[in-house]
Ligand binder design. Structure first.
Ligand SMILES: Cc1cc2nc3c(=O)[nH]c(=O)nc-3n(C[C@H](O)[C@H](O)[C@H](O)COP(=O)(O)OP(=O)(O)OC[C@H]3O[C@@H](n4cnc5c(N)ncnc54)[C@H](O)[C@@H]3O)c2cc1C
Length: 376
């Protein structure tokens, strides 16, 4: 795909950075399960933790296409680092930028953009995954603020976060209309990390369970308006699908890189290997077009739920297929973890689940297509 000169140079820069600073620790973090802390520091030094926010809020002021390219290139060599970057920007910081008051933006975005700490997003609960309206975490309004009780599961980077955007229900009888969104400082008494998830992949990323016990959150920390939480979380997830798409695209490209390197070393490929290589290459390029297309909608400030769902659905399924195909063609050297593709295979499966499963993406796409017809 042809990129502008500026985006082409940015890709080169991100490729160089990822190979030099991110790739060296990727295998060891996967084996040990240690958080990719050094890579997060390196991304902060490059300004990547504030890539899309304006310079007066401590960001780099770049566009979403540049952001998608950065997530793609980082994930191409280390998906644990890629998901950490994507969750920090799109889930942990975006809602404050989009829905926050000027005071909230000035207070919270500069330290997030500079990488003083990470941002996290707490929606999922033990009994509320795809059906986000089923959350049980409660926020009782008092004279002193909201008293929050409950728990969250699968929350990315929350052990290293300074703030978590928490979904809580002010009135469960109202379902999704009873939800409020709160900016929670992780130093607030009553906030704790209950346990770390033992995941199939993305071993170097941090995914935890959170517990809230009589956690008092000031009224000024409401994001948007009270009872508007569901809309804020859904809009955040729609945009987040661009970066999760880019994260999956990076893994798919990483699997293709491994396959190409292997075949280049092995002399002329068999007919079977040639066919599989070209099938993977076509799918990776198609995924790239979808992810960049969704990013360009965002840059044009046009809401594009269908295109974001296309990108997430397709890129996540391509990543799993690309890694599986590379393992099939290469055989045991790939399956025995000598090559990065076994790690990519495990990491990629989680891309099909996070920020909306493939089934949920298909539901969104069908709904959008049918409502377009009704509007016409
Ligand atoms: C790596 C990773 C990081 C994550 N980070 C975060 C985070 O930072 N913050 C956060 O809040 N959450 C996070 N999550 C949680 C994630 O968003 C949920 O896992 C996801 O929403 C699915 O919920 P669930 O796992 O409870 O599955 P469920 O919703 O229980 O779904 C189980 C199965 O049923 C299917 N299903 C459910 N409902 C429907 C339906 N209506 N129609 C058709 N099929 C359906 C699903 O597709 C799936 O196959 C993360 C998950 C992963 C894997």
């Amino acid at each position: 795909m042809i990129l502008s000169e500026q985006h082409g140079e940015w890709r080169e820069r991100m490729r160089g950075f990822s190979l030099k600073q991110v790739q060296p620790g990727a295998g060891s973090c996967d084996k040990s399960g240690e958080f990719v802390d050094a890579n997060v520091r390196a991304m902060a030094d490059q300004g990547l933790l504030g890539i899309v926010w304006p310079e007066d809020l401590g960001g780099m002021g770049l566009d979403y296409l540049s952001y998608a390219i950065a997530v793609e290139e980082v994930s191409r060599v280390c998906a644990s680092t890629g998901i950490t970057l994507a969750a920090h920007i799109s889930l942990g910081t975006y809602p404050i930028y989009k829905f926050g008051t000027d005071e909230q933006k000035k207070k919270y975005i500069p330290p997030l953009a500079k990488g003083k700490y990470l941002g996290a997003f707490g929606l999922t609960e033990p009994n509320a995954g795809s059906d986000a309206a089923a959350i049980e975490t409660s926020a009782r309004k008092t004279d002193k603020g909201f008293v929050v009780n409950g728990s969250k599961r699968f929350i990315t980077s929350a052990s290293f976060a300074g703030t978590v955007i928490v979904a809580a229900s002010q009135d469960r009888s109202l379902g999704r209309k009873g939800m409020t969104c709160l900016i929670v400082d992780t130093k607030t008494p009553g906030f704790s990390v209950a346990s770390e998830e033992n995941k199939l992949g993305l071993k170097g990323s941090n995914t935890v369970e959170l517990a809230f016990e009589d956690m008092l959150v000031p009224v000024e920390n409401v994001l948007g308006r009270e009872l508007e939480g569901y809309r804020i979380f859904m809009e955040t997830l729609d945009g987040g699908r661009i970066s999760i798409g880019a994260f999956c695209l990076g893994m798919a490209q990483g699997a293709l890189d491994t396959l190409v390197d292997w075949l280049a070393k092995c002399g002329p490929p068999s007919q079977m290997a040639s066919k599989k290589l070209s099938d993977v290459a076509v799918e990776v390029e198609a995924a790239r077009l979808m992810v960049y297309n969704a990013a360009q909608y965002k840059d044009a400030d046009v809401r594009a739920d269908k295109e974001c769902a296309f990108a997430k659905l397709y890129a996540s399924e391509v990543a799993v297929r690309a890694a599986g195909t590379a393992i099939e063609v290469i055989g045991m050297p790939a399956a025995s973890c000598d090559l990065p593709v076994a790690r990519i295979y495990r990491d990629a499966k989680l891309g099909e689940i996070g920020e909306g499963t493939s089934e949920v993406m298909r539901t969104i796409i069908a709904k959008e297509i049918l409502s377009e017809i009704q509007r016409a």
